[in-house]
Design a protein. Structure first.
Length: 444
């Protein structure tokens, strides 16, 4: 007890070496980390060694707040020493552009490794061209918000030999060759995110990289409707695409393991079916070796229009379906699941706009593939509401899935009596007959 009492008065934090203390402060918002400098002269020195800078202009409505933020950043950068490991800057258009330009140049001159810029801009002189020629940069996230379209002009010579992660959001490139010219100079690039990016001239979005492992292409409805997306990435293991373009040309995706595709939520007109069907056919043709697939949006409606869109995907073992069903699931799932002869796990989110009472029809209207029942081991239903057609689907699967091991229902949250309602669903599900003796039923 006496030893414990003596230890309570010991300042263990202050006994740590300066590099360790500065490393700990690097995990705090920069404003809070700088506040520790008032503790002592030693802490002022420690603050100057912080290598992770997180500068966020969250108060940008009043001019006073903007001036205060700019002066704060200037003081932090003036007094600190050493290299910059991570530099995160988020600010609005009330911040002077020349200040932002200077802050970014400061990070580049101090051998920054990770640069994260989220800028609301009026002009694009806030992004120095040195960003694309920095030899120490490993991670670059560039997120631009602007009311007017701003074209990013790349330097003549691009050199990013260390860049592994590249996120581009809200960028407009001058032509088809810009993004590929940028990627060709990133010899070790592993992850690319292209979000809300556009081409000023022509409509061919080309992504070709021998080292790329993860790719996300995201945009709003109709944004890439006239585009052709070309992807040549032999090392790609993860591919995500939100909303479909006019067409796909996918080459050398033999290493692909996981893919996620969002087909959107609304068709604008009949012509939308034409390009959706063409793009979907190109898409599935290029991912023949995928093992895990997540489909969301109106994929079921597209699939019903042309049932031959999805070819056989022989290696697929995991399927996640989160879509809008304008017809009963019993019409969509049989043909859809027949395309996946190795399927072992199925995750299904109930979001059906058509309610079918299967007690009044001969069910199933289409035969499910026989191989499904002899190999399906995991079945999970999300956003379960406890409706009649949902229980009918559960009952049908439990009766036929011979080797099912885990059946999980994720109950949709209720504001009142949630626990009681979940208990009611659990009791009802436990009474349903199961053909598989190993099957465990759980409600979460």
């Amino acid at each position: 007890m006496a030893k414990q009492a003596r230890m309570e008065g010991v300042d263990r934090i202050s006994n740590l070496p300066d590099p360790i203390l500065s490393h700990i402060l690097s995990f705090l918002p920069t404003k809070e980390a700088v506040a520790t400098s008032i503790l002592s002269t030693r802490w002022s020195k420690i603050v100057s060694l912080i290598s992770n800078l997180n500068l966020d202009d969250h108060c940008k409505r009043r001019k006073y707040d903007s001036y205060s933020f700019m002066n704060f950043v200037d003081r932090v950068l003036f007094y600190r020493t050493g290299v910059v490991d991570k530099f995160h800057l988020k600010c609005g258009d009330s911040i002077d552009s020349y200040r932002i330009d200077g802050w970014i140049r400061y990070a580049l001159l101090n051998r920054v490794r990770e640069l994260d810029l989220c800028l609301k801009v009026k002009e694009l002189n806030m992004v120095p061209l040195g960003v694309f020629t920095c030899k120490t940069l490993e991670v670059l996230r560039l997120d631009i918000y602007s009311k007017c379209k701003i074209v990013l002009k790349l330097p003549v010579e691009i050199c990013s030999p260390s860049l592994k992660i590249l996120h581009l959001s809200g960028i407009e490139f001058s032509d088809d060759d810009s993004i590929q010219r940028l990627l060709s100079c990133c010899s070790v690039l592993e992850e690319l995110v292209v979000d809300r990016c556009n081409l000023k001239h022509r409509c061919k979005f080309n992504v070709s990289s021998p080292t790329l492992q993860r790719l996300t292409v995201a945009y709003t409805k109709g944004y890439y409707q006239d585009y052709e997306i070309v992807i040549d990435a032999p090392s790609l293991v993860y591919f995500k695409c939100c909303h479909l373009p006019k067409s796909f040309l996918l080459k050398n995706l033999n290493s692909l393991v996981e893919a996620c595709f969002d087909f959107g939520t609304v068709f604008d007109c009949y012509d939308s079916f034409v390009y959706y069907n063409k793009a979907a056919a190109d898409l599935f043709k290029g991912i023949s070796n995928v093992q895990s697939l997540h489909l969301s949006g109106i994929f079921a409606e597209v699939f019903l229009q042309v049932s031959s869109i999805i070819p056989k995907l022989p290696k697929l073992t995991y399927l996640n379906l989160d879509g809008y069903f304008f017809v009963g699931w019993e019409r969509v799932l049989p043909d859809l699941l027949a395309c996946f002869p190795s399927l072992e796990a199925l995750v299904f989110k109930v979001n059906q706009r058509y309610s079918c009472d299967i007690s009044r029809v001969k069910f199933p209207s289409k035969a499910f593939p026989s191989f499904l029942w002899s190999q399906l081991k995991t079945f999970k239903i999300l956003s379960f509401k406890g409706q009649k057609n949902e229980f009918q689907m559960v009952e049908y699967f439990l009766k036929h899935a011979q080797v099912l091991e885990n059946f999980t229902v994720q109950a949709r949250e209720r504001k009142q009596n949630a626990a009681k309602w979940r208990s009611k669903i659990t009791k009802r599900l436990s009474k349903l007959p199961k053909v598989s003796k190993k099957c465990k039923v759980s409600v979460v």
